[in-house]
Write a protein of this length. Structure first.
Length: 157
């Protein structure tokens, strides 16, 4: 497998159905790392809004008409204590299984970060499960470093 013929473009309304399916693939990929995720009816994103929101960019990587990668960045207000007023928040990072390990996520990240930079954003954040080794590896290769650690307590088990 290689990335010949790759087109990276902004997602449009015609991509809605494919994106809803790919959202489920992201959820399935994360299921092993988050046991309380609902078996059915789990949704992460408001995809219609992601497509139309002017303060965000949702892109797809397409090879020969098939969507093989997704990614999204939104410009958000930062906490008042921080030097930067805004930051880019990245989500919906997905690469089709047969195209993994080829640096496709890097192409997606580069596009989204460049788009943010053009809007004056210098700081970017994303959430990843610590045990999602290929995701953590992909983000570290791009330059991301671990920061906040989410801790949780479950009183039922
Ligand atoms: C996370 C993800 C987007 C990374 O995309 P990618 O284009 O494969 O990223 P990279 O090519 O930079 O590879 C990252 C790492 O994945 C691992 N990897 C390599 N080949 C792989 C393969 N065939 N299958 C799975 N993982 C592989 C390697 O550790 C690689 O690092 P290395 O190149 O230094 O060995 C992709 O794995 C994915 O879609 N996973 C499922 C959804 C998900 O977990 N999204 C992240 C939510 S935070």
């Amino acid at each position: 497998m290689n990335l010949n013929g790759l087109i990276v473009r902004e997602a449009g309304n015609d991509d809605y159905r494919s994106l809803v399916e790919l959202e489920q693939k992201v959820i399935d990929a994360e299921r092993p790392f988050n046991v309380p995720l609902k078996e059915k009816g789990a949704y992460y994103y408001d995809i219609e809004k992601l497509i139309s929101d002017l303060d965000s960019r949702l892109i797809v990587g397409e090879i020969r008409g098939d969507i093989v990668a997704t990614g999204y960045v939104q410009v958000r207000r930062s906490k008042p204590a921080l030097e930067h007023d805004n930051h880019g928040y990245l989500v919906f990072m997905y690469v089709a299984e047969e195209y993994r390990g080829l640096g496709l996520n890097k192409v997606v990240l580069q596009d989204l970060v460049s788009w943010g930079q053009q809007r004056g954003v210098t700081d970017f954040y994303l959430d990843a499960y610590a045990e999602n080794a290929s995701a953590v590896r992909a983000y570290e290769k791009f330059g991301f470093r671990g920061s906040l650690l989410e801790m949780k307590l479950n009183l039922e088990s």
